[in-house]
Design a protein around this ligand. Structure first.
Ligand code: SIN
Length: 279
């Protein structure tokens, strides 16, 4: 396969042309994709219509062999538990076809476990003309732009992450039990590029370890305000048949599906690509 990588004009992410995920990906292409993933943090592949669940699993495995099923088992694809269905469609009898809103808040996937997700892949089956964008924020550039003093201050700090920090029906109803809080470094280093990125998010990070609540809240607020500046942001506008994969240690993201028009359908398959212990 000959591939072309076109960096996004928004300064984060790149579109990859020339990949067909209904075909096996050769070793050279896989190596190029892994490098592009490390450089750009968010990769999109348009026009991948008609993929099966197996194709989407194979596409995910290009970035790491290890995949994991999401804790919300009631939203697993009926034939493939490694795929979670995100959808605002409702089946006969009122049963949701998928999870309507996977997270309209800034977060990094699976940061609430000791081994957070390396990457997340989404494959869009249907999307509305307007609405339902996925928002990304470049935590690598945000880190690099910090003052030397702030970098020194963050060096060696760790923070606690908790899935149920924000109230959600699944936790309130006892349908899902959030895992115990876990600790990660506030700054992580990309193993391929060596670049550092901030690793705290408004949705899951509860506090910076070793600081008083007041100091921890103030530091987190300062960091989030810095990260969420427009210059670090990219809004992804979906078309049906898109695959998007992102590096959870380099970006945080937010869905915008909380208030999506219920008459305009959005159905997406989602996989979680496993990661390692953080250090
Ligand atoms: C997610 O947060 O994993 C899903 C994002 C989306 O539905 O746009």
């Amino acid at each position: 396969m000959t591939i072309t990588i076109i960096p996004s004009e928004q300064g984060l992410g790149a579109e990859v042309k020339g990949v067909d995920f209904s075909q096996p990906i050769d070793d050279a292409t896989q190596a190029e994709l892994i490098n592009a993933f490390s450089d750009h943090h968010v990769l999109s592949f348009r026009g991948q219509d008609g993929l099966s669940t197996d194709h989407v699993l194979a596409a995910s495995r290009v970035f790491d062999e290890r995949l994991e099923a999401h804790a919300f088992t009631h939203f697993h694809h009926p034939d493939e538990p490694l795929i979670m269905v995100l959808s605002n469609r409702v089946e006969g009898g009122g049963k949701p076809k998928g999870m309507r809103d996977a997270g309209t808040f800034w977060h990094s996937d699976v940061a609430y476990k000791p081994k957070p997700a390396k990457a997340t892949m989404l494959y869009s089956l249907e999307v509305p003309h307007k609405g339902g964008d996925t928002l990304f924020c470049n935590l690598t550039r945000a880190y690099e732009d910090l003052s030397a003093d702030m970098k020194d201050r963050l060096e060696g700090l760790k923070a606690w992450h908790y899935y149920a920090k924000l109230k959600r029906d699944v936790f309130e109803s006892g349908k899902v039990t959030a895992p115990p809080e876990c600790l990660h470094p506030v700054v992580r280093t990309n193993p391929i590029s060596g670049r550092k990125a901030i690793y705290i998010t408004p949705a899951y990070t509860t506090r910076i370890d070793g600081l008083s609540t007041t100091d921890s809240d103030a530091l987190m607020e300062e960091i989030f305000e810095h990260c969420l500046q427009q210059k670090y942001r990219m809004d992804y506008k979906w078309r049906a048949g898109d695959i998007v994969v992102w590096d959870n240690a380099a970006v945080m993201h937010s869905a915008t599906t909380k208030d999506l028009d219920p008459t305009k359908y959005r159905t997406i398959w989602r996989t979680i690509i496993s990661g390692d212990d953080t250090f």
